[in-house]
Design a protein around this ligand. Structure first.
Ligand SMILES: C=CC1=C(C)c2cc3[nH]c(cc4nc(cc5[nH]c(cc1n2)c(C)c5CCC(=O)O)C(CCC(=O)O)=C4C)c(C)c3C=C
Ligand SMILES: [Fe+2]
Length: 435
């Protein structure tokens, strides 16, 4: 587990970074940032009675002060895979879809992806993260990269708009209509998709704002959703996060150490189309939780619906959070320990011919809805090598039959092809746009 994971209090079962992807504290920061950070560091030092803090508070704004572990944590933008897939979900997330403007073509789309990639390269840089000059609004001044990741994807509509239909992946076929869906088309799909994550809210806002400004004249925001997770350091030890129903969520995710992890989550080098090698497909669903109804259940009833204990996430078949689930276990009265309609029974790979996905979600809370109940839930993001062997069969099984589905409403949906990562000087999607 990386330094960042420990500081963030993330559970061993959360999507863990592989060594090469792990966030690392940056060695140095720009002078501008050091100057700005000194005040905050000084305040912390004073509270702790630390000498360094006192020195800073005494006043010379030139004193070098280290960023906090959270601020200095850095996830490289360049790599075989895009960042923001295997790393633990950050405290703040923004999901946004953009539509190309009328008249946009392959060339202007390529130029946009070039601008976006260059901007993210700067904003995530180790040691000297800085706002690209053309978009400087100083919102992220004083902060380190704070584990910022920005992940880019292409929606099905992008290919027709740019004359690239020959490159449209078969895996980007529209998701089926699930009978219980309540989808808002205006908040679904889109030509381009951006996922921003950071452990600081200003850093996350700033990154999205820069991307929006860089899109001027080429693309406009179609929809935006804002989410959050636990703040780094909020828990006593690394723990799997809880969702807004109070459940420990993410325990049985595929792990990068699993032998079949890469095969399940990423398109292989031999995959088709070839520009998707090393990429993945993101299914995005805005799933509202019907929290007032959920809260009417007793804890025992809530646990039966999910199949795990609420207090510690242990499966009802016994053991602790990480104990493998025994779906065939029966109680002394011959009833199933994990109910026939329990969420983890119906979602498990064993119930879906091995179908699996990497769930990396953010919670959202958009105030009180017109019905007087919280407009809150999960920005569910599922990653897989092919949605037809990941999300689709599992959601077909869950829809309506899952005990939990009585307390959920899928309100928006998107499917995006997320190409592999970039090398030095490259931009995301270059193989598609220049291939
Ligand atoms: C189509 C896939 C899934 C949707 C949609 C989904 C929504 C959803 N899930 C929870 C809460 C929990 N899910 C848990 C496990 C779990 N969920 C899915 C898939 C979907 N969930 C899978 C594949 C699994 C793992 C099953 C297994 O192999 O055991 C859990 C248990 C803890 C865990 O393993 O993560 C919880 C809790 C909510 C609240 C939700 C929609 C808002
Ligand atoms: Fe689930």
């Amino acid at each position: 587990m990386s330094t960042t994971d420990k500081a963030a209090g993330r559970g061993a079962s959360a999507p863990g970074p592989r060594q090469e992807d792990a966030p690392t504290p940056t060695a140095g920061v720009t002078r501008r940032r050091l100057l700005g950070t000194a005040g905050a560091a000084g305040a912390v030092g004073l509270v702790a009675g630390g000498g360094a803090g006192a020195a800073v508070a005494a006043g010379t704004r030139d004193d070098p002060a280290a960023l906090t572990t959270v601020g200095s944590a850095h996830v490289p933008f360049e790599g075989a895979r895009q960042a923001g897939i295997v790393q633990p979900a950050q405290a703040c997330g923004h999901l946004a879809a953009f539509d190309l403007v009328a008249g946009a073509d392959r060339r202007s789309a390529a130029a946009l992806l070039r601008r976006w990639s260059d901007a993210v390269r700067e904003m995530t840089a180790s040691g000297r993260p800085s706002t690209p000059a053309a978009y400087d609004d100083q919102v992220a001044d004083d902060a380190g990269p704070s584990s910022l990741t920005v992940t880019f994807g292409f929606g099905r509509s992008f290919f027709g708009r740019t004359g690239l239909n020959a490159e449209l992946p078969a895996a980007l076929a529209p998701l089926p209509d699930f009978p219980s869906d309540h989808l808002d088309p205006k908040r679904s799909n889109g030509d381009l998709w951006v996922q921003v994550g950071a452990d600081d809210a200003l850093v996350a806002f700033h990154a999205l704002r820069v991307l929006q400004k860089a899109a001027a004249g080429a693309a406009t925001v179609r929809w935006q959703m804002n989410g959050f997770n636990r703040t780094p350091g909020a828990t006593d030890r690394p723990r799997t996060a809880r969702n807004l129903m109070g459940q420990i969520d993410g325990t049985n995710n595929p792990k990068p150490s699993d032998a079949d992890f890469d095969r399940r989550i990423f398109v292989p080098a031999s995959g088709s189309p070839d520009w998707m090698a090393g990429g993945s497909y993101a299914v995005v669903r805005r799933i509202r939780m019907l929290l007032d109804s959920w809260d009417h259940l007793s804890v025992a009833e809530q646990e039966r619906v999910v199949g795990r204990r609420k207090s510690d996430g242990a499966p009802l078949s016994g053991g602790v959070e990480t104990t493998p689930v025994q779906l065939d276990k029966v109680n002394p009265d011959r009833s199933l320990a994990i109910a026939g309609d329990a969420h983890i029974r119906l979602a498990a790979p064993a119930s879906n011919s091995g179908a699996a996905m990497l769930r990396r979600a953010f919670s959202y809370h958009d105030g009180i809805g017109t019905d007087g109940t919280p407009d809150a839930g999960l920005l569910f993001v599922a990653w897989q090598a092919d949605p037809m062997t990941g999300f689709v069969p599992v959601q077909r099984k869950l829809d309506g039959a899952d005990g939990l589905s009585r307390f959920l409403r899928h309100e928006a949906s998107g499917l995006f092809a997320v190409p592999g990562g970039v090398g030095k000087g490259e931009y995301v999607g270059q193989r598609l746009l220049e291939g």
